[in-house]
Design a protein around this ligand. Structure first.
Ligand code: S3P
Length: 432
């Protein structure tokens, strides 16, 4: 099992671009596959999760060319052109692939089976199965988890539903099923979540209207191929933002980072803690706001994280926990129970790991209080969770002593080349 030794490096300096956005890369393949015409995707994330999605569509009969790294040409087959797969479709570690595909495949005329790795096979799928069933879908599961056996030819109908949890994956599954449903599908959210599916459906010509917290879609309309330029992934940038903030003498620029407001909650929270992060060269790329982020070292103080920011930074809590452990005073996180059903139980894995480095963390059912202080070296089990592994590589940049991080192979699900890029700007990080 691969592992890293992470330790203090030098101040972070330079200008880097982190890889393309994972959520947008998945969706570009999916919509490109069921559109008419050829969709060109630039800035595609060459991660294992997004490649799993591309491999699944190849098995469903879609030709996908990769003329160069980060580019895909998706030869769309139209809404009804996918072919029955001869084998189960492997989503690997990718929750986004499995949940969105559950909706898309529920609308097909053929049966299909979605499988995943050990971690994905333990994650909750009832949250998609149950609302899809109210649209007429028939999906069998293993006690609410993968494998998912999706029956084709069910004839879906639109629904008007309010989601029980704020989840962009769940919202997107229903909208993709809605493309195949009779009538209108209306999805209401308890709190607005990332709206990439809605934005991209609109650019592909779907009959959709949306505003924060609600989307309405009429099924049956053909989608038309467009070019998609994927911005850099804010969640990947987050580890660099935190380390540049924490390490004295740092000044780092992250180029063309996706700044969708439903993703950038961490910026609000870090700024409220005292961080110095300046947005430069704001522009638009493929319908998404992007900006360069200039991050300088600053002293942080603990805060109560406003609950309304939680969905807008749901993937950034591992990075925030590290910032909080190095801040002055306590940081309180509440309303974040969803963290317990991510690639690992991120409240528990962060609490256990930070304690191993000498921090005081009081866990609660839906969050934690992290007491800032100094960190020492130690051993961390990332539980195969990519963001936990990267968060502790970040924490080590402020620790006295070496941090050994185990089970780091899954970093390539979202951020292939993280270790080399991190070293190039000053991280102390090497294979164990
Ligand atoms: C994602 C939605 C979020 C996020 C995940 C990607 C997406 O999951 O944590 O990394 O692409 O829609 P939930 O919908 O479970 O909150």
């Amino acid at each position: 099992m691969s592992a890293w030794i992470a330790l203090r490096g030098t101040p972070l300096r330079g200008e880097i671009a982190v890889p393309g956005d994972k959520s947008i890369s998945h969706r570009a393949i999916m919509l490109g596959a069921i559109a008419e015409g050829v969709t060109r995707v630039d800035g595609f994330l060459e991660g294992e999760d997004t490649r799993a999605t591309a491999a699944i569509f190849a098995r469903l009969g879609v030709r996908i060319e990769a003329p160069s790294a980060g580019t895909r040409l998706v030869h769309g087959v139209g809404l009804h052109g996918l072919r029955a797969p001869s084998e189960p479709l492997d989503c690997g570690n990718a929750g986004t692939a499995m949940r969105l595909l559950a909706g898309l495949l529920a609308g097909q005329r053929f049966d299909s089976i979605l499988v995943g790795d050990e971690s994905l096979s333990q994650r909750p799928m009832r949250r998609v199965i149950d609302p899809l069933a109210t649209m007429g879908a028939v999906i069998d599961s293993n006690g609410g988890c993968a494998p998912l056996r999706i029956r084709g030819g069910c004839g879906l109908h639109g629904i008007d539903c309010t989601l029980p949890v704020a989840s962009a994956q769940l919202k997107s599954a229903l909208l993709l099923a809605g493309l195949y449903a009779d009538g209108e599908t209306v999805v209401r959210e308890p709190h607005p979540t990332r709206d990439y599916t809605e934005r991209m459906l609109a650019t592909f010509g779907a009959d959709i209207e949306f505003s924060p917290g609600i989307a309405r879609l009429h099924g049956g309309n053909a989608l038309h191929a467009v070019d998609v330029a994927v911005p850099a992934d804010f969640s990947s940038a987050a580890f660099f933002i935190v380390v540049a903030t924490l390490v004295p003498g740092s000044e780092l620029v992250l180029r063309k980072v996706g700044m969708n407001p439903r993703r950038t909650g961490l910026l609000h929270v870090l700024r409220a803690m005292g961080a110095d992060i300046v947005e430069e060269n704001a522009s638009e790329q493929g319908g998404e706001p992007v900006a360069d982020l200039r991050v300088r070292h600053a002293l942080l103080h603990g805060i109560e994280v406003p609950v309304e920011h939680v969905p807008d930074m749901i993937d950034e809590f591992p990075a925030l926990f590290v910032a909080a452990a190095c801040a002055e005073g306590a940081t309180v996180v509440r309303g974040a129970a969803e963290l317990r059903v991510k690639e690992s139980d991120r409240i528990a894995t962060m609490a256990v790991g930070l304690r191993a480095l000498g921090a005081r963390v009081d866990e609660t059912p839906d969050g934690a209080t992290i007491h800032g202080g100094s960190l020492h070296g130690g051993e961390i089990d990332s539980h195969g969770d990519h963001r936990i592994a990267m968060a502790f590589a970040a924490a080590a940049q402020r620790a006295q002593g070496e941090v050994r991080i185990g089970d780091v192979a899954n970093v390539s699900t979202s951020f292939p080349g993280f270790d080399a890029l991190a070293r190039s700007v000053g991280f102390g990080l090497r294979p164990a």
